[in-house]
Design a protein around this ligand. Sequence first.
Ligand SMILES: Cc1ncc(C[n+]2csc(CCOP(=O)(O)OP(=O)(O)O)c2C)c(N)n1
Ligand SMILES: [Mg+2]
Length: 511
Amino acid sequence: MVEAGVTEVVVAPGSRNAPLAFAAYDAAAAGLVRLHARLDERTAGFLALGLAKTGSRAAVLCTSGTAVANLHPAVLEAVHADVPLVAVTADRPGRLRGTGANQTTDQVGVFGPLLPTVDVAAPDDVGDALLTRTVHLNVQLDDPLVPEDTWRPDVTPGPTPRWVRPAVVVTLDPGPRTVVVAGDDAGPPARVLAQDGGWPLLAEPSSGSRTGDHAIRTYRLLLDGELGQRVERAVVCGHPTLSRPVSRLLARDDVHVVDTPTRGAWTTRPFPVDDRLVVVPSASGRDETSWFEDWKAADRSLSHRLDALLAAEPDLTPYEVAGAVSRALSPGGLLVVGASNPVRDLDLMVPRYDVGARRKVVANRGLSGIDGTVSTAIGAALGRPRSTRALALVGDVTFLHDMTGLVRGPGQPEPDLTIVVVNDDGGSIFATLEQGAPEHADRYDALFGTPHGTDLASLCAATRTPHLRVSSLPELEQALASPNGGVEVVEVTCRRDNRRDLDARIRALRP
Ligand SMILES: Cc1ncc(C[n+]2csc(CCOP(=O)(O)OP(=O)(O)O)c2C)c(N)n1
Ligand SMILES: [Mg+2]
């Protein structure tokens, strides 16, 4: 693994994986890797995923049995988002399989057809498996499960592999009224394309494209209005997942969709994988009509009315929390944003960032799960120590789902990270969907809202994580302006009961 460029190793304790754990310890002592220990494999998996999402080659090691299954969420997210992750599971030797030996299940193929297992009975079985992005090594280990001696690693660390976008060049004539849709991980080419073509850029927060003059803040609202109706062509970069208006746009018969290859397991198109994504407008030049100016003017006016609506709300709204978080993020900063409403609220509230002053926004959009987000954030912050600031924005259910992410033992690598939890005591996103319609109101909370009444302060205290609860914008801004260092939690209490109505009023603002 060291020779294959692995520099971060997350270990979860067990006896069967002990030989690997001892080796990881010795490799860390030799300065070859950084070692992290987590007691919960699900958390360990997402910690490794977060490290991988910020560019490290990361591995997670666990023991046999149910421990393996606890890696599955992070493994699935890694495969779907095309994030390189090395999952190493320990197994009994082959001769004990099928004999009812304790803690022995069928670990070969346990992650399903998306991630075949490399079953390792002898070192040579690894082959060049570590050259692939996400890999499952199932290592058969026999007694004694302790080393005879300290391992003095005699290995030369390999370079960290860089995963690059597929190469594709699409030439577009400037004629049709075009928008550039930048989904998760689209990267700067989408922004460059919008600028070169003279087109509006509809960029999700985690696209890595949302800088410059062409980014349209309120695109989600405008798409359902008159401007959206006039779109004739959409160029899709990255993996858009956030909004129904975008899905509706891409499903329209009268819109020509130009799909550029995304990273991820669903890419079936055979593009070479050794170059950047390049999409260029044809030589005949940029769109000189008023198309982009129309979007810009509509965006300006709608943004103004949106901000006025939010400012007039008597209570602090989740939208304003997202706005405050994105304002607090300095150029070069890192923001990990959770699924559900936080990422969508952020989408409407990201201010216009200058080109070159990009913030890295990380979200688990491969499968958009709410699991593992605290651990992903800690991993991402650890993997990107030069961030000018590291923030996370998550809902309360998302936060609680990964409570064990806060359990960090003494001596563990600890990043500076402020986790902002929007606590509306339950899941609010369903309130804005069909399930939130008034006719289901009598069972909404029991089935979807799932209020929990959990005291986040006690939870944080139990893990010695500094915690501050705020309920107003000035308090929040002040908390964000004065981080204490280390991992800390800022809980922002918000209402949930008015969420459906608030979103309906925001949608009604569009021209
Ligand atoms: C692992 C997983 N389980 C369930 C879901 C379905 N789900 C989507 S959003 C959500 C509620 C999230 O609530 P919270 O984090 O408080 O955010 P809010 O909706 O309140 O903004 C759930 C359960 C999911 N995406 N992932
Ligand atoms: Mg919530």
